[in-house]
Design a protein around this ligand. Structure first.
Ligand code: ADP
Ligand code: GLC
Length: 485
């Protein structure tokens, strides 16, 4: 079986968050199950630089009306997964992130940029494809590629079946109605059952309305988004398609995130030999300018700084944490007010708080390894990857029990501790009080070395690999059958 993944990022060619990790590692995992998966994504400068064995496969000229466009083919640098890059210098070869300029402002032409990606991806799935590799199914990820199922479903002629995965309902790709003519859809698609959303265009809705099947990245999130509290205005749409919606929990790349051989960490360790973890903590404290004390609890947090991730809750309880001598290490970027609040906190509490603003993959590994605890107080979390990385690194996570966090962390209640299942700490309300209570509970257990090691071991032994979830995707693809005429 041949599957074309359409996505706006894929690790290691381009990454701003978990989407990239999932696209890159799921494609590789499917390959191991004999589902040959190739990725189509924009030819950003980083992708052009790192793709292996790049060659020009097609020259579309100005076929789509968005300027000269070519298609490059190559492979991932870290796996045999095939990649197609849509090359359009004007739209994709810019410095900045895939979505925004250096100041964090969205590129004003994002609708055009991702429409081009979708139109090329859709073309590769039709009889007009310039390739001799023909996908049996197209799997699009998030709003940036949600137009692909819509373009295929509304065209005359045959098409492969389509799957659309929602990684985060908070990002919907909403643009003024004036972008509609460029999308390449029939006029009838500008309706409430199509891409229209309160008078605007919602690209996410293009996927929700036209894909044959929908998936999201955890079973709990699949339920949550059908409710007003988490549906972000689309709960009705999700509920209407609930028979076609499946939650499949993300896996992690167990080769990249492995404390026994991670090249980014100063000492290696395993569940049987945890000594290396102490060395990682000491090195991290030194690197970040934290007091070099072995027994002080060190809490780490990594991620986009945004309302979703709940960093504001942590700022609110910081005085309490500091009063108890806890150390805090924060890596992330995003919301400018959150960034500067954490920078100020670190300045005011040198030796106890360290803040690193920016994106630093190796440091993320050192934080996972060197911290005692990992904090994810997300208000909502479709899946989340860091809580899985942290369990694997013997760094129990403290999480708000929503979405994938609820599905991947077993709270250290008395029974779960006794049965050896407990792997972290969960709280149920996204409030400072509940977060504080969870941290308090955690710090008490941290003092009990034997119990603590059981919790660490449960997380480290857990299977977070892709094989089970990749097999579920394969089954879903198989259910969809072949080409539709
Ligand atoms: P999301 O996709 O919502 O941002 P996930 O937990 O699914 O959240 O994935 C986030 C991924 O991005 C993880 O691999 C995490 O380590 C990484 N990440 C996020 N911010 C940073 C950062 N500032 N530096 C390094 N890695 C980061
Ligand atoms: C999104 C979600 C995150 C998820 C990731 C990969 O960015 O916010 O929870 O893990 O996608 O699916």
């Amino acid at each position: 079986m041949r599957v074309l993944f359409a996505a706006s990022e894929a690790y290691p060619l381009a990454k701003t968050g978990g989407l990239a990790d999932v696209v890159g590692s799921l494609a590789a995992a499917l390959g191991e199950l004999d589902v040959e998966t190739r990725i189509i994504m924009p030819g950003y400068p980083s992708a052009l630089k790192h793709m292996q064995r790049a060659r020009v496969k097609a020259d579309f000229g100005d076929l789509f009306g968005f300027g000269p466009t070519t298609l490059l083919a190559g492979t991932m640098p870290n796996s045999p997964v095939g990649v197609y890059l849509v090359r359009n210098a004007e739209l994709f070869e810019r410095t900045g992130s895939p979505y925004a300029d250096a100041t964090g402002a969205d590129w004003p032409d994002n609708a055009r940029r991702f429409t081009l990606l979708c139109r090329v991806a859709a073309a590769l799935a039709t009889e007009h494809s310039p390739l001799n590799w023909h996908p049996d199914l197209v799997h699009a990820h998030d709003w940036q590629t949600a137009l692909v199922p819509a373009l295929l479903a509304t065209r005359r002629g045959g098409r492969p079946p389509t799957v659309f995965s929602i990684h985060n309902v908070a990002f919907q790709g909403i643009f003024p109605a004036s972008v509609f003519p460029e999308l390449g859809l029939p006029q009838s698609a500008f309706s409430i059952d199509g891409v229209e959303f309160y008078g605007n265009v919602s690209l996410l809705k293009a996927g929700l309305a036209y894909a044959d099947r929908l998936t999201t990245v955890s079973p709990t999130y699949a339920r949550e988004i059908q409710e007003p509290r988490f549906g972000m205005g689309l709960d009705g749409v999700f509920a209407a398609r609930s028979a076609d919606l499946t939650g499949i929990v993300n896996g992690i790349d167990e080769r990249l995130w492995d404390p026994t051989r991670d090249p980014h960490i100063p000492a290696h360790y395993s569940v049987e030999h945890l000594e290396g973890k102490r060395a990682c903590k000491a090195a991290l404290q030194q690197e970040l300018g934290l007091r070099e004390e072995a027994t002080v609890p060190l809490i780490a947090m990594i991620g986009r700084m945004t309302e979703q991730k709940g960093q504001d809750l942590v700022l609110g309880i910081a005085p309490w944490l500091l009063a108890r001598g806890v150390q805090l290490a924060v890596l992330g970027s995003g919301d400018r007010a959150l960034e500067s609040a954490f920078v100020t906190l670190a300045k005011d509490h040198r030796g106890s708080v360290a803040t690193r603003i920016g994106y630093d993959e190796p440091l993320a590994h050192r934080l996972e390894a060197g911290a005692d605890l990992f904090l994810m107080p997300s208000r909502f979390e479709p899946c989340g990857l860091n809580q899985m990385y942290s369990q694997r690194y013997g760094t129990p996570p403290i999480v708000h029990a929503v979405g994938g966090l609820a599905d991947t962390v077993t709270d250290a209640g008395a029974q779960a501790i006794a049965s050896g299942q407990a792997s972290g700490f969960a709280f149920t309300e996204p409030t400072q009080e509940a977060l504080l209570a969870a941290i308090m509970r955690t710090l008490t257990l941290l003092r009990n070395a034997q119990t603590w090691q059981r919790i660490q071991a449960a997380g480290m032994r857990r299977d977070f690999g892709w094989h089970r979830s990749a097999a579920r995707y394969r089954r879903l693809y198989a259910e969809l059958g072949g080409y539709r005429s």
